[in-house]
Write a protein that binds this ligand. Structure first.
Ligand SMILES: [Cu+2]
Length: 215
């Protein structure tokens, strides 16, 4: 009985999540599922190199697939910095990688996009075509020693950035996850699951045996 209860619970969660996606957010995995998604045109990304070897934001998710992505990269720090998106999909670069290992990686997997800025207030604008399949990639600064200081982040196309990736820790970081929308959707899902479980338990007891005598 326990096991059946658990399966029903899981089924309810899955159905509820599917319904939530269908009614609200665009389905990020549609391209993967159906193999085709019309080119969604264009999108723009703004990224800033900040002091203490950081990017703001350091995660960028749900970037449209097969689109022209305009990147504005700005230097808000006194040092020069670069912004290089690795083309190795789903690869978290070990944080102890040396400059030589980083260079080797980028020669084997040429950057999806590369930009550099040289001084405070400098900015670089360019564009690239995003991948046609969903996936996430790491971006880094390859100025000497900057990656080792934690100057990296993640960008995901056609999906959100996985929550299990190790992000650099900096005091000035602006949280980019846990938006109010996610909280609302999460709340709705929990309420729906609880309601479904209650209904299921009621039905189960209704189907069971003769009614018990009440006092
Ligand atoms: Cu840098």
């Amino acid at each position: 009985m326990r096991r059946r209860g658990l399966s029903a619970f899981v089924a309810v969660v899955v159905v509820t999540l599917a319904a939530t996606s269908a009614s609200g957010q665009p389905l990020p995995r549609a391209a993967e599922t159906f193999g085709y998604q019309p080119a969604s045109g264009s999108a723009a990304i703004s990224i800033v190199a900040v002091s203490n070897f950081g990017y703001q934001p350091d995660t960028i998710g749900n970037v449209p697939l097969d689109a022209t992505i305009t990147v504005t990269f700005t230097d808000d720090d006194v040092l020069p910095h670069t912004f290089n998106i690795s083309s190795r999909e789903g690869f978290e670069i070990p944080t102890n990688y040396t400059a030589a290992q980083l260079n080797k990686l980028f020669s084997e997997y040429p950057a999806l996009y590369a930009a550099s800025v040289s001084y405070e207030g400098d900015s670089s604008i360019g564009n690239f075509t995003s991948p046609s399949a969903p996936g996430w990639y790491e971006f880094v600064c390859n100025e000497s020693g900057h990656f080792a200081e934690g100057m990296y982040g993640f960008i995901a196309f056609g999906e959100s950035v996985p929550s299990n990736l190790t992000l650099p820790h900096r005091g000035s970081e602006i949280p980019t996850t846990g938006s109010p929308l996610i909280a609302v959707v999460g709340g709705v899902v929990i309420v729906a699951v609880l309601a479904a479980v209650l209904i299921w338990r009621r039905r189960r007891s209704a189907h069971r045996a003769p009614p018990e005598p009440h006092h």
